[in-house]
Design a binder for this molecule. Structure first.
Ligand SMILES: [Zn+2]
Length: 472
C-alpha cells in the first residue's frame, strides 16, 4: 500500500513519522504496514499521477509542513513569557489534531463511497470521547519553613509565628494537602500522577526528604490508592546526567519499583535533547512538554506521542495543556475559567487528552482554590476516560498494537479479523455503514451515535484473534 503526500519540500524526512503518528492517532488499521517506502513525495503544485486512488492522498501545504517541522517534532523551545502583542491564539489550538481530523474526514468519505463500510479504532476505552488526567508537581509541602518563621519574628508578626511553629512540618500545615486530594480522588475513583523531587536541597532552598519516614508513608499511601509516582527531576538534572540517574535511583529505592515517568522541575530543559537523555535513563515517558507561562499545546497536539528519536524507539511524550499558574492568570476568575473552558472544548472537539498540571500546595491558596473547585464541578457533568499518566500510556500502547489481519468485503456483508497480543478491556471501534446494519461478534455492544455511524464496544477483547461480521 502506498500513500501519496503532496508537499513542498520532499526531503523533509520527518513527514513519514508524523503521518504514522497521525494514522495511529486516528485508529486506522494501516500503521504496521507504513514504512518510509510507503510514502511518495510529490512537490506542491505538481499534479499527482492519475492512477493514485484519491483516498491515499494527504495534502499539506508548504506552510503547514514548516510548522510541523518547527514545532511538532521538537516540542517548541521558546517558552518565554509572551508579550501581549505576540500572544498567539494558535497556541491554544491542537492544530495538528485538527489536521488529522480533516484528513480522517476526507479519507473516510472516499473509502466509504467505494466499499460502503469503514472501520477504525476509537481512541479511549469504552468509546469515551476524550481523556482527562491530572499530574501534580510536588514542589512545596510546608507553608511554614524556618525562613518564613524567621521573617515573622523579624517583622514582629508574633501571632503568625506562634501558629507557624505549631503547624510546622505537621499534618496541620496548610500545604500538606495530600489527605484532601486522596479523599477527593477516592470519592471520584480517579487516579493521579505525583511527581516527587528526590533531592532535598537545591541552591538555597530546602524542599523535603523523600527518604524520610513521613514521605515513605505518604508514597505508600498514594500507591495503595492506585496513584502513580514519577520523578520530578531537580533544577540542574537536565544538564547533569549523573544527577538525574542518582535521583531516579533514590526514588526507586524508596518505592521498591521502577519509575516510568519524569517531569523536569521549572520545565528547565530543552527539546529534543531531553527525550534522548530521559530515554537513556530508562524512563518510559516525559511529561514536560507544555508551557510555563501560557495555556495551550506546545507540540500542537493533545495526544501522547513518540518523539522522533535516534537512540530508542519506545519512548513517549505525554504533553500537558494547562498549568495552574498560567490558568489563574486571567484578569478575573471568570476570565480564567473561560480560558480553561476554551482549552477543554478544543480537546473535546478532537477527542484528545486534557492534562492538568497542578501543584498540590496551591490547593491551600485562596487565589487558586476557586479554580480547583470549579474544575470539580465541571468534571461532574462530563463523561471521559480518567487515569494516571502511566495507566493512560499503557492503554494507548495496548490499543495501538491491535491490528486488522484480515478483511473481506462483499456486496452485503463484511468480515474483519482483529488480532491482539493480549486481552484488553474496554476496546471500542467506530464503524461507518449504511442504515441498518447487523454486527456479529462475541459479547459485542452496538450503538448508533449518528445516522450510519456505529460505536462497537468489546468489553473484553481476547488475546489472539477476534472476528467481526457485519451485514449491511
Ligand atoms: Zn517543580
Amino acid at each position: 500500500m502506498q500513500i501519496y503526500i503532496q508537499w513542498k519540500n520532499p526531503r523533509n524526512d520527518l513527514v513519514p513519522s508524523l503521518l504514522r503518528r497521525l494514522t495511529e492517532q486516528l485508529g486506522w488499521f494501516v500503521s504496521d504496514r507504513l514504512d518510509k517506502s510507503a510514502w511518495v513525495a510529490v512537490p506542491e503544485g505538481e499534479s499527482l499521477p492519475e492512477t493514485v486512488p484519491r483516498d491515499r492522498i494527504l495534502r499539506l501545504s508548504g506552510k503547514e509542513l514548516e510548522e510541523v517541522r518547527a514545532e511538532t517534532a521538537f516540542c517548541r523551545d521558546e517558552d518565554a513569557p509572551p508579550q501581549e502583542a505576540e500572544f498567539a491564539p494558535k497556541d491554544r489550538t491542537p492544530w495538528l489534531d485538527q489536521l488529522a481530523r480533516e484528513w480522517q474526514q476526507s479519507v473516510q468519505e472516499e473509502v466509504f463511497a467505494r466499499q460502503g463500510i469503514f472501520l477504525r479504532k476509537l481512541p479511549w476505552p469504552e468509546g469515551k470521547l476524550f481523556a482527562f488526567t491530572i499530574s501534580h508537581d510536588v514542589d512545596l509541602t510546608r507553608a511554614y519553613g524556618p525562613k518564613t518563621l524567621l521573617r515573622f519574628l523579624l517583622e514582629g508578626r508574633l501571632k503568625e509565628l506562634e501558629r507557624g511553629i505549631a503547624r510546622m512540618g505537621g499534618e496541620q500545615d496548610p500545604y500538606w494537602t495530600f489527605p484532601q486530594l486522596q479523599e477527593q480522588y477516592r470519592d471520584l475513583g480517579w487516579k493521579a500522577t505525583f511527581f516527587f523531587l528526590a533531592r532535598a536541597r537545591e541552591d538555597w532552598s530546602y524542599r523535603y526528604n523523600v527518604r524520610s519516614r513521613r514521605f515513605r508513608k505518604l508514597l505508600d499511601e498514594l500507591l495503595a490508592g492506585g496513584h502513580e509516582i514519577g520523578l520530578h527531576s531537580s533544577k540542574y538534572a537536565f544538564e547533569q546526567p549523573a544527577r538525574l540517574r542518582q535521583e531516579k535511583a533514590v526514588l526507586e529505592a524508596v518505592l521498591g519499583r521502577p519509575v516510568a515517568g519524569v517531569r523536569q522541575h521549572f520545565l528547565r530543559l530543552r527539546f529534543p535533547e531531553a527525550w534522548e537523555r530521559f530515554a537513556r535513563e530508562e524512563f518510559r515517558y516525559d511529561a514536560s512538554c507544555g508551557f510555563n507561562h501560557r495555556l495551550g499545546f506546545r507540540a500542537g497536539t493533545s495526544f501522547p506521542f513518540q518523539p522522533p528519536m535516534k537512540s530508542r524507539k519506545n519512548f513517549w511524550e505525554i504533553p500537558f495543556a494547562l498549568m495552574d499558574y498560567p490558568w489563574i492568570s486571567g484578569k478575573s476568575p471568570e476570565e480564567s475559567w473561560q480560558n480553561f473552558a476554551q482549552i477543554a472544548r478544543e480537546v473535546e472537539s478532537v477527542g484528545g487528552m486534557l492534562q492538568l498540571l497542578w501543584h498540590p500546595s496551591n490547593l491551600a491558596e485562596a487565589v487558586f482554590r476557586p479554580s480547583w473547585n470549579r474544575l470539580m464541578e465541571w468534571a461532574e457533568g462530563k463523561s471521559f476516560y480518567q487515569n494516571h499518566l502511566e495507566g493512560l500510556l499503557r492503554w494507548w500502547e495496548a490499543r495501538q498494537q491491535v491490528r486488522l489481519v484480515e478483511q473481506r468485503i462483499e456486496a452485503r456483508w463484511a468480515v474483519f479479523v482483529l488480532e491482539s497480543d493480549f486481552s484488553l478491556e474496554g476496546f471500542a471501534l467506530e464503524l461507518l455503514g449504511r442504515k441498518k446494519i447487523r454486527v456479529k461478534g462475541n459479547d459485542l455492544r452496538q450503538e448508533e451515535t449518528a445516522p450510519g455511524v456505529y460505536r462497537l464496544m468489546i468489553p473484553r477483547l481476547p488475546s489472539g484473534r477476534f472476528t467481526l461480521t457485519v451485514e449491511f
